[in-house]
Design a protein. Sequence first.
Length: 170
Amino acid sequence: MTNTTRIEFAQKSDEEDLREILWGYGMDIAGQIEGHLVVKEGDSVVAGGKIIEYAEQCFFLEVIGVHQEMKNRGLGGLLLEKILLSPWKCCKETKMKSSVSGEAFLMTTVARGETMDFYKKYGFRPCGFQEIPMPYRDQCIDCPEREDCQPVPMIFNGGQGNEKSSNCVY
């Protein structure tokens, strides 16, 4: 990371760079580019990700990735920490009109097995696929990369109290 490292919502001009990063992980842009966060060093996109709020206080991390040449520099962790600190500010479309700092929330994702320790380092824990919201819980069923990927559903209880939000319907 440098003193010019910043996290911001992506612009149309970032699409090609972010797509290339995500393709390196077998993923792609999820929806509109403007809904993604990007990590930039200078003018270069070096990492990115996207979350959605599928129910009030319930988020799903759709994609996250770091440029292959920039791995192991803390950029993915920097992005994930920002998301977990205030997911409402990192999500283009939220269910709540405003959020109180520290308010409880739930975030889930499906990690490649090899990345499980990365997520654990930030407070995620393995869970069952039944705790992943539809349609994401079924995304791995027919995936041709499933055996190599070894997907692991992960869950994070954030905010004060860390209680599971009762709004999260699986």
